[in-house]
Design a protein around this ligand. Structure first.
Ligand SMILES: NC(=O)c1ccc[n+]([C@@H]2O[C@H](COP(=O)([O-])OP(=O)(O)OC[C@H]3O[C@@H](n4cnc5c(N)ncnc54)[C@H](O)[C@@H]3O)[C@@H](O)[C@H]2O)c1
Length: 332
C-alpha cells in the first residue's frame, strides 16, 4: 500500500481523489493540500487525511511515498522538483510544465534523483486509444496511412482565479488541451520526420485554435484543438484513423466507436472498461482513463521493472512540440 499526498484539490484533484477511492487498498491518501481550505477539507474527509495549507508545507512535512500534483501548470515544475529532492516519487498532471526550460530542468532533476515520475498524459490510458495503439502494434489492420484527432471544447470556466485563460500561467489551449492529441500521435507512431503547426492567437499569448500535422515516411496524421466554442457546444474528443485494411472511427461524445473493415461489415469492438462512474463538472467527467493511469502508476511504484508509458521525458517532449506549434501561430 502506497501513501499518497494529493496537491491541488480543484477539478483534477477531485477526479484523482475519486480514482484513489476506487483503487481501494492499493493506495491511501494520507495528506492533501490546497490554498482553498474548503476544497482541501472535502477531499481530506474522503480519506481521513491530514490537511496542509499549501503545496510546500505538504512536501516539507507529510510522510508519503509519492505526491500527485494537480496544481495549475505554471506551478508543476517548482513543486515536482521540491518533491523529487525530498525523495518522493511524483505523478504530475499534464502538461508536464509551462516552458521548455522547466521541462529540461525536470529531466535533469529526475536523472539526479532517480525518482519515478509519471505525467498525466491520460489519453495513453483512455480505453479506445489503448485499443487503437494495440491494433497498430499488432498490425491487425496493416500499417497506418493517415489519421485525424480532434479535441474541441467550450471555454473551460472552472479554473481557480481563471488561471487557464492567462497565457503566462497555462500556455492557453494549445498547451493545455491540444497537448493530449499531439502527445498521443507521437505515442502511436513514434517521432515524426517533420511537424507542421498552424494556429490562431486570438488574444495575446493565447492560441485558441490549432492544427498540428505529423509527417512520417509513409503516413500523415493531424490533430485539431480549440476551446473557444459556445458554452452549449458538445465537448468533442474524436479520431478517425485509416489503416491499410480498415478505418477506425471514434467520437466519445456521440458514443461511437466503429471499425470499418476494407471488406466486411462495420462493427464496434468490445472493450473491457473499468466503470467507476463520473466526478466533477468540467469537460470530461468519466473517470475511466484517470483510474487506468493512476492504477498503472501505483503498480509501477510496486514493480519498477514495468515499462513506463507516460514518462517524464515523454511529457517533456510533448511540451516542446506544443510550444513549437504555439510559436508558429498567426496573430489576429
Ligand atoms: N488530464 C486531464 O484531462 C486534465 C483535465 C483538466 C486539467 N488538467 C490539468 O490538471 C492541472 C490542474 O488543473 P485543474 O483544472 O484541476 O485546476 P483548478 O483550478 O480546478 O485546481 C487547481 C487547484 O490548485 C490550488 N492551488 C493553487 N496554488 C496552490 C498551492 N501553492 N498549494 C496548494 N494548492 C494550490 C487551487 O486552490 C485550486 O484548487 C493542470 O495542469 C491542468 O492542465 C488535466
Amino acid at each position: 500500500m502506497k501513501k499518497a499526498g494529493l496537491i491541488g484539490c480543484g477539478y483534477m484533484g477531485t477526479m484523482h481523489a475519486n480514482c484513489y477511492k476506487a483503487l481501494g487498498d492499493k493506495v491511501q491518501v494520507v495528506a492533501v493540500a490546497d490554498l482553498r481550505a474548503e476544497n482541501a477539507k472535502e477531499i481530506a474527509d474522503m480519506f481521513g487525511a491530514t490537511i496542509y495549507n499549501d503545496a510546500e508545507s505538504l512536501i516539507k512535512n507529510a510522510d508519503v511515498d509519492f505526491v500527485d500534483i494537480c496544481l495549475p501548470t505554471y506551478l508543476h515544475e517548482k513543486y515536482a522538483v521540491m518533491a523529487m529532492r525530498k525523495d518522493f516519487d511524483v505523478f504530475v498532471e499534464k502538461p508536464l510544465c509551462r516552458t521548455k526550460e522547466e521541462a529540461q530542468n525536470l529531466v535533469k532533476v529526475q536523472e539526479e534523483t532517480g525518482k519515478t515520475v509519471q505525467v498525466g498524459q491520460v489519453i495513453r490510458f483512455w480505453d479506445e486509444y489503448v485499443w487503437l495503439k494495440d491494433v497498430k502494434e499488432k498490425g491487425t489492420y496493416g500499417k497506418v496511412i493517415n489519421g485525424t484527432f480532434k479535441r474541441l471544447s467550450p471555454r473551460p470556466e472552472w479554473a481557480w482565479e481563471g488561471w487557464l485563460h492567462d497565457g503566462e500561467k497555462s500556455g492557453g489551449m494549445a498547451l493545455d488541451l491540444h497537448v493530449h492529441d499531439i502527445d498521443y500521435i507521437r505515442y502511436l507512431m513514434g517521432e515524426p520526420k517533420a511537424v507542421k503547426a498552424v494556429g490562431i492567437e486570438e488574444k495575446a499569448g493565447l492560441t485558441e485554435h490549432i492544427i498540428t500535422t505529423y509527417i512520417y515516411d509513409d503516413a500523415v496524421l493531424s490533430a485539431e484543438g480549440c476551446w473557444n466554442y459556445p458554452a452549449n457546444f458538445r465537448f468533442t474528443m474524436a479520431f478517425c484513423v485509416r489503416f491499410e485494411k480498415a478505418t477506425v472511427y471514434h467520437d466519445a461524445g456521440a458514443g461511437e466507436f466503429i471499425v470499418y473493415p476494407a471488406d466486411g461489415e462495420p462493427f464496434t469492438p468490445t472493450i473491457d472498461k473499468v466503470d467507476i462512474g463520473t466526478a466533477g463538472s468540467g469537460n470530461i467527467s468519466s473517470l475511466g482513463g484517470y483510474y487506468n493511469e493512476l492504477e498503472y502508476f501505483v503498480n509501477l511504484l510496486e514493480n519498477p521493472s514495468m515499462p513506463q508509458i507516460a514518462s517524464l521525458k515523454e511529457g517533456a517532449r510533448s511540451v516542446e512540440l506544443a510550444l513549437d506549434g504555439i510559436e508558429k501561430s498567426i496573430k489576429r
